[in-house]
Design a protein around this ligand. Sequence first.
Ligand code: FES
Length: 635
Amino acid sequence: MDKVTVLFTPDNVAVQVEPGTSLLQAAGLAGISLVSSCGGDGTCGRCLVKVEDGHVRVAETGNLSKKAKQSGLVLACQSFVESNVVIGIPSMSRLTEHQVLLDENQLMEEDIGTDEGFFFRPLCRVVELTLSPPTLAENVADWERLQTALRNVIDCSDIRISLPVLRRLPELLRTDDWRVTVIVAQMNDCAEVVDIAAGHVQKELNLYGLAIDIGTTTVAINLIDLKSGLPVGQKGSYNRQASFGDDVISRIIHASEASGGLPELQSAVISTINDLVAELLQLSNIDAHDVRMVTVAGNTTMTHLFLGLSPKYIRLEPYIPLAASTPAVRASELGLNINPAAYVVCFPSVASYVGGDIVAGTLVTNLAQEERIILLIDIGTNGEMVLGNKDWLVTAACSAGPAFEGGGITFGMRAMKGAIDKIKVDPATFDVQVSTVGRCKAQGICGSGLINCLATLRAVGIIDRTGKLQTDLSTPRLRQGDDGWEFVLVYGNDTAHGRDIVITEHDIKNLMRAKAAVYAGIRSMLQAVQLTEDMIDCVLIAGGFGNCLNIRDAITIGLLPDLPTEKYRFIGNSSLKGARLALISQQAWQEAQLLGSKMTYLELSAGNEFMDEFMSALFLPHTDMTRFPSVTNLK
Ligand code: FES
């Protein structure tokens, strides 16, 4: 059958597709990423587009609200092209301008990552050597001669070389009287000569590395000068895999069940990285060929997908990943646009839901060297946590669901421009004032905004301890909507899309389940090691969500334990920091390998404790108010 044309506006980008192609797929082909939290199942209701001309077949199924329908919107994933069409994309449906948590200290010159007590010795470095020339009496072969000279410098007995470099060796050794400069990659107990130049030319040689944090939502990259350890630049963006669903489970399902799903997801993340790297290199005028080492930290599923490994069994009981530690691979094997022979190494995972990002965070916070008891927590779609000190480390993960990242919430969104991050409610009139990311008109509400919203609505008595809206209050903001009772946060005349932004009772329940899962995870871990909350000396909060979280709000709703706020510290993107530290310190890289095996993983679904704790936490802040003495007990 003849192909048809889909023209997207206002981008003015057209693609040719087979009739029957979904608008979501067509947008992907046109290079336009739409918000598609459910991965195209039709359940999230977020991939809204407008058919401006032509015919599409709209499936009866799909979570399309009455209001969206009345505005002429359709779900892109449930609409299939039948003729040439013109499709309008509203800004709220676009996956753009994501706030990515880069490493905020990254550009400080003195911060080269060794302040955690590790020596500066990058995984790839430049070494100048002067070899003794051979004689008739001392006639060791060229390669063995070079190995001997290198062993005196790099403290490694297993030294290798690739065939193409070996072929060039004899002439290079003799060009400048047996003086050469070699580039050596060294990981664990093995080193490899990756390049060689005649003479002592260390100053003229360039050598760079990339530290990459692959998150389910975002990807962040540091470009590092490996000769000095100093950062050159940083970039971040949303992970293009987001078109296949917001959380790791939808990605695993796509990778395991859709035909070609795994390569599709791998190429989505590789293209995200390649584009960011291209921008970084162009900005700093660096040749891609000079990038010769990459460290990657990500959760277990992200690491699998990045390497093209099947994540299928991660979600099937007994939840086993294909590999906890993965081999070093070449950039060319993954399609990364840097030196094709560059090594790419990934942080080891602890278990299916505690990945290399947590190992990197544990590394960079020096948790395994601490006398004090530390809780490290990274809250995203999974709440991942590590508890312990220099003597022991336990780790666990609980499924918080996508609510804190805006998923499953009527006007939930990520922390992009226009996301409400704070609200104020007048306790007498119930009028609402909001502040937004980027100080522009509100589009929706992000995770930290939702937590603040819940705490504020509870504080002024709009919701009770079970999360129920108090419908007898006298305010037009409380009303019946498509989905039951709702509270209007911003009226349509003040929003970016003209629709009222509301929080529904259903949204509140979703948020309460998410916060209960995180708190129950913390409690179950404490119980497993027979500690109480007050024995925690410090709580480190990692990740993008953590950074804009108000601790008092989080305690008020019972998401975090009721500890003095001084005990809490935000540590930013610790996954990226850990990847950078390992890139510039072999010692740190080796410590990361050990850390993975030192942590005891606690499977929360194995016993009843987690479920009991979860059920008790489904109140604001908790059924047992004695656990939250600082939270006023409102009626
Ligand atoms: Fe279309 Fe979720 S409803 S992607």
